[in-house]
Design a binder for this molecule. Structure first.
Ligand code: TXA
Ligand code: MG
Length: 330
């Protein structure tokens, strides 16, 4: 079929570019990644330059099979194999002790490494064709909203990358869950689609409780995943008041909410977030980018429910508002 052969041609081209040390963006089920050969320090340096990312922020290494863990990590605990069996390929990243051979550019000089097997068929095809691991952060400029379509990547980084492998809109829509297995008790560092409850069902009581207070791990700066508009978090009850204050300030105001307000406000752009939590995650970054396209200056956000993937959506919204991990938001 014509379509299939076009995809194969693109994947072959992408693998050849990676071998030459070029950058290739590709679809994963979470967000688009900006890929480089994980064994090539010169290629890895280009990732940091393209993103404008500080060099001490480590990258996630993408592999195609759990057996490849031992090419990158040592002292791999049983829990890692259990999680890999339960959730890979999928939106889960494991932090493990690194092998000395891992380039410092990947780990930002840390003695640990982040690894994941993505689930998107295009990402897996690329990994298998390339035949080696691909280091890939989200394909956005540092601190900005992660891209969930090829068009988003083109807008952010089009000039610095050789090829974008277009796999359509990302099904999950937010970044992978990160679990740190390099410590005595595994702990979630970044919430995602794979929830604390799902991890607990595999690991039982060895799983530590998530951190409530902001923790300084690389990439956890409080303002992350931010649109250009100032994000103001709200509950349903005080949303109207926050809209009124925002309008009085003479700003171009938007509302991101699963429900329409009872009272209609002139001059407020309504961005509809569905009520289904998986769908909220799927749409979140797309809507935050839409707020940028509409040149909104202030975005009032009604926080979604804290259940399932909603927990991770709330985390990203808190960071978009510059509030880090703090739970006391409103
Ligand atoms: O879903 C995802 O994880 C996407 C796709 C492309 O796979 N990737 C992604 O990469 O979100 P990035 O670079 O935007 O976020 C990776 C996060 C960063 O916060 C980084 O600090 C953290 O992973 N990380 C990487 N290595 C780490 C390590 N050794 N210890 C602690 N955190 C680490
Ligand atoms: Mg990122």
């Amino acid at each position: 079929m014509k379509q299939t052969s076009k995809i194969s041609q693109d994947v072959n081209r992408a693998a050849t570019l990676l071998k030459k040390g070029a950058l290739v963006a590709f679809a994963t089920e979470t967000v688009y990644g900006l890929g480089a050969d994980a064994s090539n320090p010169q290629a890895l340096k280009k990732v940091f330059a393209a993103k404008g990312r500080p060099s001490d922020h480590p990258l996630i290494v993408h592999i195609s099979d759990a057996s490849q863990l031992s090419l990158w990590a040592k002292n791999i605990p049983d829990d890692a194999w259990k999680l890999a069996k339960a959730f890979w390929p999928g939106p889960l990243t494991l932090i493990l002790e690194r092998l000395p051979s891992v380039p410092d550019e990947v780990t930002g000089g840390l003695d640990t490494i982040a690894l994941r097997i993505p689930k998107h068929p295009l990402a897996l095809k690329l990994l298998n064709t390339f035949g080696s691991a691909i280091a890939a952060p989200s394909a956005n400029r540092y601190g900005q909203v992660s891209p969930t379509s090829a068009q988003d990547v083109e807008e952010e980084l089009g000039e610095s990358i050789s090829l974008i492998l277009d796999g359509g809109r990302c099904s999950v829509g937010i970044e992978s869950t990160i679990v740190d297995l390099s410590r005595a008790k595994p702990r979630v560092l970044r919430p995602g689609k794979i929830t604390q409850e799902q991890l607990h069902s595999v690991l039982g009581n060895t799983l530590d409780t998530p951190l409530k207070a902001p923790k300084k791990y690389p990439g956890s700066k409080p303002s992350h995943y931010s649109p250009k508009a100032e994000v103001i978090l709200s509950s349903w009850d005080n949303m109207e008041e926050k809209l009124e204050i925002s309008l009085k300030a003479g700003k171009k105001v938007g509302l991101l909410s699963p429900h329409l307000p009872n009272k209609l406000f002139n001059g407020v752009t309504y961005l509809s977030l569905t009520q289904d939590c998986e769908e909220q995650a799927h749409q979140l970054y797309h809507l935050l980018r839409q707020a940028d396209h509409l040149r909104l200056e202030l975005l009032v956000v009604v926080m979604p429910e804290d259940s399932g993937i909603g927990h991770a959506v709330r985390d990203r919204l808190r960071r978009a508002a510059g509030l880090g991990h703090t739970e006391d938001i409103i």
